[in-house]
Design a protein around this ligand. Structure first.
Ligand code: SF4
Length: 359
């Protein structure tokens, strides 16, 4: 009854989301849906209160949300207490941020990834904006991430079927696109942008299907998780696909969506591919460097899609050395700008950066 009472006291919910019969029982939504709807409404209210500086009201909604979570886990609200939640002191960083003496980097030892090094390599100041100030305009990246993860999910599932001997045709992949596409990453984008991105995956999937179905290598791993260590920093990541040639050599494949005009001049210097090579060697089940590592730009014209690196142990070690230097520099808070026309052009912080180069 508590639940129904809560629902009934929410006018917005009743007006928009459900119906009640004459006995005031909810009749059109399942319990899980109801919980989700109540949760969504509380989140919306908490955000509204936060943006209008009504912190006490926002805390009330957060306590409600915590109670909802408790109910979902325990199927009862009995025994719920908000005490721990409400015993929080202000964080030390807030004083440091307010005094301009911030000392904590916006990442921890546990969450360094290749992408962060890649950003540091492009421009340390960009890294500083994003991971030290945490000034990430997240939404700008959401569509690209959403599109990329949909593609990866579809081809991973298809490759698993391929491992079991079933080769999908292009229609199967296109049907997967219809069922897996989600608008979540496009909430702040135009419908045209969303449609354009979805359409762009169709030729990409056809391209993948053509390549994968005629590929003589055996797939030995998909989305392989790994952790390698640079100094005492663990770097986590996933390898999209690892294959083995008929001669027993390994080949790393990394899919890229977007980048239609991408050019890579010195593929052997790629930090990402060299990190993957280190990971393959360090994994007991593989135990040696791959023979080749490649980027597969699925949206580029057919004859320009592959950037292949003939793996060279000297280059792998050079990449390790470079990563060690970056770790030292990040620890010493070396975040000088490295402005370059191309990098600044696509940098999310160009509008606020004094060092930005403009064409
Ligand atoms: S605008 Fe250019 S110099 Fe400034 S942070 Fe971005 S890439 Fe670096």
């Amino acid at each position: 009854m508590d639940l129904i009472f809560d629902i009934m006291s929410s006018g917005n919910y009743l007006n928009n989301k459900a119906e009640i019969d004459k006995n005031h029982k909810v009749v059109c939504a399942g319990r899980d849906d109801l919980h989700d709807l109540i949760e969504d409404e509380k989140i919306e209210q908490a955000i509204r209160h936060l943006s209008s500086n009504q912190y006490a009201s926002a805390i009330q909604k957060i306590v409600d949300l915590s109670k909802i979570e408790y109910f979902q886990k325990n199927k009862t609200t009995e025994g719920f207490s908000a005490e721990t939640l409400l015993q929080k002191d202000p964080s030390r960083e807030i004083d440091e941020s307010l005094n301009g003496t911030i000392t904590k980097l916006g990442f921890t030892k546990r969450n360094l990834s290749f992408t962060k090094f890649d950003e540091y390599e492009k421009c340390p100041k960009m890294f500083w904006y994003k991971h030290v100030l945490n000034a990430l305009p997240e939404n700008q990246e959401a569509p690209a991430l959403s599109k990329g993860s949909t593609f990866h999910e579809i081809v991973e599932e298809s490759a698993k079927r391929q491992q079991e001997g079933q080769i999908d045709n292009a229609d199967v992949l296109l049907k997967s696109l219809e069922s897996k596409w989600t608008s979540e990453g496009y909430l702040t984008q135009s419908i045209q942008k969303e449609n354009q991105d979805k359409e762009s995956l169709k030729p990409a999937l056809k391209s993948y299907q053509k390549w994968s179905s005629t590929n003589p290598n055996r797939i030995v791993g998909l989305e392989i998780p790994f952790t390698i260590h640079i100094g005492d920093y663990p770097i986590d990541g996933f390898i999209d696909r690892l294959e083995q040639t008929p001669e027993g050599e390994y080949v790393v494949v990394d899919y890229k969506t977007g980048g239609k005009n991408k050019k890579i001049n010195k593929i052997w210097e790629s930090l990402q591919l060299n990190i993957y090579c280190m990971a393959v060697k360090e994994k007991k089940e593989f135990g040696k460097l791959p023979k080749k590592a490649m980027f597969f730009y699925v949206e580029k014209p057919e004859n320009e899609q592959f950037f292949v690196y003939d793996v060279d142990p000297t280059q792998v070690e050079a990449a390790r050395k470079k990563l060690e230097d970056y770790v030292k520099a990040i620890r010493s808070k070396e975040f000088d700008a490295k402005p370059e026309m191309f990098t600044c052009k696509f940098c999310s912080y160009a509008d606020i950066c004094d060092d930005a180069l403009e064409e």
